[in-house]
Design a protein around this ligand. Structure first.
Ligand code: S5P
Length: 263
């Protein structure tokens, strides 16, 4: 006998912290505000990497549509590691379609994202129906789910001007249970006192840009000047000579700034 949706929700309430609080707790417990952006094309490699660096990160972000070897069995293995190592799994899907379509993209297809991704990214561009659809779909699984709204992008020429950012924040406030924070390049002012989690990508110590318009800042700048809670690092770690040591370095740098900011 499968529990019905309401029974599943009761289980959620008793077993899990709300997701925003959960992330803050992980950050404090593990002394890490590092999100590793594991932009690799092989899920076996991500699984191995997550075992090696899992202790030093609070979130693991992937792009499941670039994986050559995606299977639900493998993604469940990654999920098990995320629970053992206490980080959340984050699919950077950047949903950007009408509500009905995103809800299908979220729950169906080969990757069934909603089943395993604690967090996803969503563009505000289509209007707030996108959030209504994703939130409704997320309630069908027996675990808490949340999203980050993309408010500002790190890439040169991004069209996310002030008016767009303001409207994005308003959507976040309307769907404050599902939208747990923002992908942003600055601290966004909100009219509520919700402690939205701000994640900042485009973080690299040794580089200032890539050849396609990505723009980088240091972990300290991201946290102290731009107001990030979580730093998102990809190639800075993936392309280093020693991924584990470099992850530790970004963990240390990021958390030092996080503590400084919260004092
Ligand atoms: O504005 C953004 C938003 C995101 S989610 N800029 C970004 O770079 N990202 C993602 O962060 C991007 O899709 C990639 O997965 C990661 C940055 O990778 P890096 O290798 O440049 O650190």
């Amino acid at each position: 006998n499968q529990p019905n949706v309401d029974e599943k929700r009761t289980v959620v309430k008793s077993n899990y912290l709300p997701i925003r609080e959960h992330i803050r707790t992980i950050i404090e417990e593990k002394k890490s505000n590092l999100c590793l952006s594991a932009d690799l094309t092989n899920l076996d490699e991500i699984i191995e990497l997550s075992k090696q660096v899992g202790d030093y990160i609070c979130l693991l972000k992937i792009h499941c549509d670039i994986l050559n070897d995606f299977t639900m069995e493998k993604i469940r293995q990654l999920k098990t590691i995320s629970k053992e190592k206490n980080f959340l799994l984050f699919e950077d899907r950047k949903f950007a379609d009408i509500g009905n379509t995103v809800s299908l993209q979220y729950t169906k297809g080969l990757s069934q994202i909603c089943e395993w991704a604690d967090l996803v990214t969503v563009h505000a561009l289509p209007g707030d129906g996108i959030l209504k659809a994703l939130e409704e779909s997320s309630k069908e699984v027996g675990e808490p789910r949340g999203c980050f709204l993309l408010a500002q992008m790190s890439s040169k020429g991004a069209l996310t001007d002030e008016k767009y950012v303001k409207a994005t924040v308003q959507y976040a406030e309307k769907y404050q249970n599902f939208v747990i924070g923002f992908i942003a390049q600055s601290r966004l002012s909100t009219s509520s006192n919700i402690d939205y989690i701000h994640c900042t990508p485009g973080v690299h110590i040794n580089s200032s840009e890539d050849k396609f318009g990505q723009q980088y800042i240091s972990p300290a700048e991201a946290v102290l000047q731009r107001g990030a809670d979580v730093i998102i690092c990809g190639r800075a770690i993936l392309e280093s000579n020693d991924r584990v040591q470099t992850a530790k370095l970004y963990q240390t740098e990021g958390y030092k700034a996080y503590q400084q900011k919260r004092q």
